[in-house]
Design a protein around this ligand. Structure first.
Ligand SMILES: O=C(O)CCC(=O)C(=O)O
Ligand SMILES: [Fe+2]
Length: 206
């Protein structure tokens, strides 16, 4: 399996608006392998936590999807990570960001599962700079991602999950939410991180 590169046009969108929606960013073969990987690890999906480090807690009133952090246990994960690595390099070269790594997990939303309005990062309290979301299947209905305009209650865009679509946005700037799923929805949520010291711990995990 080969890493395939994504055309650079998304960089212009990020420069202009802070986010980009790239359709068919990930090819069908890799998407199929990632879905197969989700089925393989299916029993190991766990109710997702919110918060960081030792403040992590499960609050199913905020989110109730199930997640599985990448552990490079399949070729599909390794190829996906290589694709994100290429994007990380492009972002660094274009915007001089100093992004130093990437972390991601699979997410599974089943009928009724949601993730209420939230930020993925808070100034000075997180080292997450860019959020990525890649959709692995195309639900008939439900599970839309709503991205809000910075410092506003207005919607910037609503994304209908579609296999192969990759969404990128600045983690500190955009509130967003996942509307209740109807059909089962598989995705990969990930974050490009900068080197930062938080609570005296350099480069804390997650
Ligand atoms: O799956 C999505 O569309 C977004 C997920 C999300 O916001 C998150 O995991 O932080
Ligand atoms: Fe999020």
């Amino acid at each position: 399996m080969k890493t395939h590169s994504i055309a650079d046009i998304y960089l212009t969108d990020i420069e202009n608006t802070g986010y980009a929606i790239i359709h068919n960013a990930i090819n069908e073969a890799l998407i199929a392998d990632l879905v197969a990987d989700c089925y393989r690890i299916n029993p190991d999906f766990h109710t997702a936590a919110i918060g960081r480090l030792n403040q992590q807690q499960i609050d199913t009133t905020i989110r109730n999807d199930k997640t599985y952090w990448f552990d490079s246990s399949s070729q599909a994960q390794i190829t996906y990570l290589a694709t994100m690595e290429a994007i990380r390099t492009r972002l660094n070269r274009t915007f001089f960001l100093g992004l130093f790594d990437y972390e991601c997990h699979y997410a599974k939303y089943q009928n009724g599962d949601f993730y209420k309005k939230h930020y993925d990062a808070f100034k000075g309290r997180s080292n997450r700079v860019f959020t990525t979301v890649c959709y692995l299947n195309t639900p008939q209905s439900g599970g839309e991602l709503v991205i809000y305009k910075p410092k506003s209650k207005d919607i910037a865009t609503t994304v209908k999950p579609q296999a192969g679509t990759l969404v990128l946005f600045e983690s500190e700037r955009f509130m967003h939410e996942v509307l209740p799923a109807v059909d089962t929805r598989y995705s990969i949520a990930g974050w490009f991180r900068k080197n930062a010291s938080i609570s005296g711990i350099i480069d804390p995990p997650r």
